[in-house]
Design a protein around this ligand. Structure first.
Ligand code: DX5
Ligand code: ZN
Length: 214
């Protein structure tokens, strides 16, 4: 699966930018609060508007403090998947249950320096695992290949534990990096600049899809 990130899109034309990637599996929406990460983007009102402007499933990546309090609003706003950071969540298991009860898939994200092993038992409560392959906060950064070891551990946990968990990767995914990520066991690739900096975002997305399948 490919999830183009609108972080690299034109925020004044979000409906058009969503329409430019009709074959996207999910539309990745980066919510930043200038506290959990040193950058500020968009929040709930924009997600609510976007929900009306596109039929693509919204994959909301919350890079915010106190997701225990705020994440549920995104589920209620119609997000398909709501991903919170384990470094910020006080009660990741309770939060996953609340997100699912509100009708969304629940996602858990790990920063590059956060190990997966301590959360092996938490993962069964989640639908998505988002492995960050850059420090969260900005688009257009370089891929950190060292996180692929964590992806391999995740893949093993999913395959041996029979978890129904989508392994997603976010940061620095482009034509040069997507094949190694696919080989390590990623199911869903977030791509911001590689899609939206291209002259034809829809075609760029399809090229990435072909490369991931090689
Ligand atoms: C970064 C965001 C990413 C970002 C990826 O903190 O979570 O989703 O949009 O951008 P690229 O694909 O350009 O690295
Ligand atoms: Zn993201």
């Amino acid at each position: 699966m490919i999830a183009p990130s609108i972080l690299s899109a034109d925020f004044a034309r979000l409906a058009d930018e969503a329409a430019a990637v009709p074959s996207a599996d999910w539309l990745h929406v980066d919510v930043m609060d200038a506290h959990f990460v040193p950058n500020l983007t968009i929040g709930l009102p924009v997600v609510k508007s976007l929900r009306k402007a596109t039929d693509l499933p919204l994959d909301c990546h919350l890079m915010i403090d106190d997701p225990d309090r705020w994440a549920i609003g995104y589920a209620e706003a119609g997000a398909y998947n709501v991903t919170v950071h384990v470094e910020a969540a006080a009660d990741p298991v309770g939060l996953a249950k609340n997100l699912r009860a509100a009708g969304a898939k629940a996602g858990l994200s790990l920063k590059p320096g956060t190990a997966i092993e301590p959360y092996a038992d938490v993962l069964k409560h989640y639908d998505t695992l988002l492995v960050m392959s850059v420090e969260p906060g900005f688009g257009g950064q370089s891929f950190m290949a060292e996180v692929l070891d964590k992806v391999r551990v995740a893949r093993r946990l999913v395959d041996t534990g029979h978890l129904r968990l989508v392994v997603e990767i976010d940061g620095g995914i482009n034509a040069d990096t997507i094949e190694q990520a696919a080989e390590a066991g990623v199911d869903c690739f977030v791509a911001g600049s590689a899609v939206y900096d291209a002259a034809d975002p829809g075609a760029a997305l399809e090229r990435l899809r072909e490369q991931a399948a090689r």
